[in-house]
Ligand binder design. Sequence first.
Ligand code: NMX
Ligand code: MLT
Length: 472
Amino acid sequence: MVFFRSVSLLSKLRSRVVQQSSLNNSVRWLQVQSSSSDLDLHSQLKELIPEQQERLKKLKAEHGKFQLGNITVDMVLGGMRGMTGLLWETSLLDPDEGIRFRGLSIPECQKLLPAAKPDGEPLPEGLLWLLLTGKVPSKEQVDALSKELRSRATIPDHVYKAIDALPVTAHPMTQFATGVMALQVQSEFQKAYEKGIHKSKYWEPTYEDSLSLIAQVPVVAAYIYQRIYKDGQIIPMDDSLDYGGNFSHMLGFDSPQMQELMRLYVTIHSDHEGGNVSAHTGHLVASALSDPYLSFAAALNGLAGPLHGLANQEVLLWIKSVVAECGENITTEQLKDYVWKTLNSGKVVPGFGHGVLRKTDPRYTCQREFALKHLPDDPLFQLVSKLYEVVPPILTELGKVKNPWPNVDAHSGVLLNYFGLTEARYYTVLFGVSRSIGICSQLIWDRALGLPLERPKSVTMDWLEKYCKKAA
Ligand code: NMX
Ligand code: MLT
């Protein structure tokens, strides 16, 4: 039990997990792995699936007609905010506390998931194991998974050719989504479906595609970085490195600190329950039995929007525009003026606000802790800290913003920039690589649980007016 860094900490966490269990069904089956004997993720899943299928059947039979709340006209007109409408097993978002991955908060993941070095950041492979199985893996299991992912990371030549067909000036997210679409030609799910696979077996080729996709996206992403910003040469994978370390290496960054940052980055960006634009898009497209490549490429196109994943690019560009106009030693008054100038020109302040969160995003907080440890004197980090004081009162003063606090994107850019990854337009690709882990984990469960085609009802304004008049 190599991962047991502290037995007392673990027992504390265990009892906390048990306490949460009564509140939150999604963590009911979270266990801490007690043995490292079974290194194979696939066989673990195979064991878990019948149990979870039974659980879903029972839930439907016993509580299928239970009401979860009322749908108001505001919800229909307001982007379905607050409307519970999706099953998403891998993570759950609390408006005040933030994300929990299979019941574990980010600090708990940092303590419990295996790391590359003592007290290091969690290995994203460990999080993948946790999301898929609900269990914290041992270091041996994570090492075996790292090895498996490396063995799946070969990229067919036509993928590079498809990317190369785009102008080098194309947005990195356009190049990335194109690369993922080009990978689709190897989909095992599509081949199996064409051969007439029985629906009870759908999860197997979905698993194959998902693991391959997760393994391949860092390689495609790194190529895009080299193509746009460097000499276009592929940096080969290092077989001694894990997923996050290798991604950093293939991008051309070999410092241990940057590798640690990448492990943390990928872990915290991996999943954010099911309603966010990218996860929801992936889930919706996959509900038509589109394979994981088609579904994930669609998710990436949602992530590329400035109100969602592109906000990380927007934040660094905005911070750099502040520095360009006012210098690094900007006063609080100057910063306030700049924020108001942004708002008065009809723009949002990127990196602040959220569709669900109502407090500071714990993904922001853990990045802040990373910065305090590794780059406390960096002027851009200090500017980000100043924004934390200046922006929330201004957004509150606007009177309409439901959450004035910073989100994950408010912080990530200054960390990457500090370690030399300065090209802000590329940042959403890093988010996309990370999100493959969460979206694909849930897609495997979508198929294992036999979730149906997603097809909500829509109505017209005319319908709403008549309905409300009649009901009044
Ligand atoms: N700056 C200016 N105005 C804002 C902001 C902000 N940061 N956040 C919310 N508002 C406005 C919003 O545009 C809306 O205005 P209007 O009624 O005129 O359309 C009003 O406040 C109410 O919006 P909310 O209900 O608070 O937020 P909503 O759930 O609609 O949107 C975001 C959530 C995240 C889209 C919004 O807060 C935003 O645009 N933030 C800046 C962009 C950003 O950081 N996105 C990244 C989110 C995290 N991620 O990675 O996906
Ligand atoms: C995410 O990570 O997907 C964002 O915080 C947006 C969301 O959760 O809606």
